[in-house]
Design a protein around this ligand. Structure first.
Ligand code: SF4
Ligand code: SF4
Length: 285
């Protein structure tokens, strides 16, 4: 089972949910927690993993052999990201713009382009509270999150229960992280912004053909619009976490809900039971 935990909007408590779920589940199955929120990873704050290995994430960028180059301009023409400029006697490579697609080296008629690795991030492997931890981190100033996310996901062990913490929003990194999930939990809060971004994320997950459910965080006031939306879209609300001073205090101190308030363990185990049943029901169709 691969379960993605996403949210349309940042700051809804997505990581509180993913880490609490992982901590609750480790008692009954082998769990892997993947932090794919590589632009702002914070699962490590709540889980405090021991990191045993770091792997750099490299993307291939072109290196031009000027002695072979005829400055024909084909490489710059084919580059969709404007990462190359061909001058009269020189080819300029803007490595930060390069997406490592390889089109320029493939199409160069003179075989003048080699590829060299450029580090854009790192994958950290380790152990946290009896479970496997894999976290991605994009280097400061880099914009290309998907290659780091793909590297994190290479470590997925399908025989384990895999919880994937996804970036907020609906952009490419989210699609990359959510792809191949058996189920996606959308964490939201009952505010107009929360509802707006939930609707965007829910549509995206539907397009990807992944079954969805909602976790309503800071519930208690103004829930009715979110509830009405979920009813109308046929999205079940699987867990409600109340707006509570003690929960907020724990979170601000970097303590997960299950660790700080162990009575929540049962609720998270129940959440996973519901997720498994819903995922099975969809798979049978
Ligand atoms: S396609 Fe090859 S030969 Fe043409 S400008 Fe680019 S590097 Fe030079
Ligand atoms: S590898 Fe792709 S993105 Fe990078 S410079 Fe070549 S064509 Fe452009």
């Amino acid at each position: 089972m691969i379960l993605s935990v996403a949210s349309g909007k940042g700051g809804t408590g997505k990581t509180l949910v993913s880490t609490s779920l992982a901590l609750a589940l480790r008692e009954r199955s082998e769990v892997q927690l993947l932090d794919c929120d590589v632009e702002e990873p914070n699962a490590h704050i709540l889980l405090r993993p021991t990191i045993t290995e770091k792997q750099p994430v490299l993307i291939p960028v072109p290196s031009v052999d000027e002695s072979k180059c005829t400055h024909c301009g084909k490489c710059a023409e084919v580059c969709a990201y404007n990462a190359l400029a061909v001058l009269q006697h020189r080819v300029l490579v803007f490595a930060e713009l390069c997406h490592g697609c390889g089109a320029c080296s493939y199409l160069c008629p003179e075989d003048a382009i080699a590829e060299e690795g450029r580090e854009v991030g790192v994958v950290e492997l380790g152990e946290a509270a009896g479970m496997e931890f894999v976290g991605g981190r994009l280097n400061v100033g880099e914009a290309l999150a998907p290659p780091v996310i793909r590297k994190v996901k290479e470590h997925i062990k399908p025989d384990k229960t895999v919880i994937v913490d996804v970036s907020p929003g609906t952009s490419c990194p989210v699609v990359e992280a959510v792809r191949e999930a058996d189920f996606c939990l959308l964490v939201t809060e009952p505010t107009p912004f929360g509802l707006n971004d939930l609707a965007l994320a829910a549509d995206m997950i539907k397009e990807l053909g992944i079954p969805r459910g909602v976790v309503l965080n800071r519930a208690g006031q103004g829930d009715s619009e979110t509830e009405a939306y979920c009813r109308q879209e046929g999205i079940p609300i699987l867990l409600r976490i109340p707006l509570d001073r003690e929960i907020a205090r724990l979170y601000s101190r970097g303590t997960s809900l299950v660790e700080g308030m162990p009575e929540w363990r049962v609720a998270f185990l129940g959440l996973m039971d519901d997720v498994e049943q819903l995922a099975k029901r969809v798979a049978k169709r």
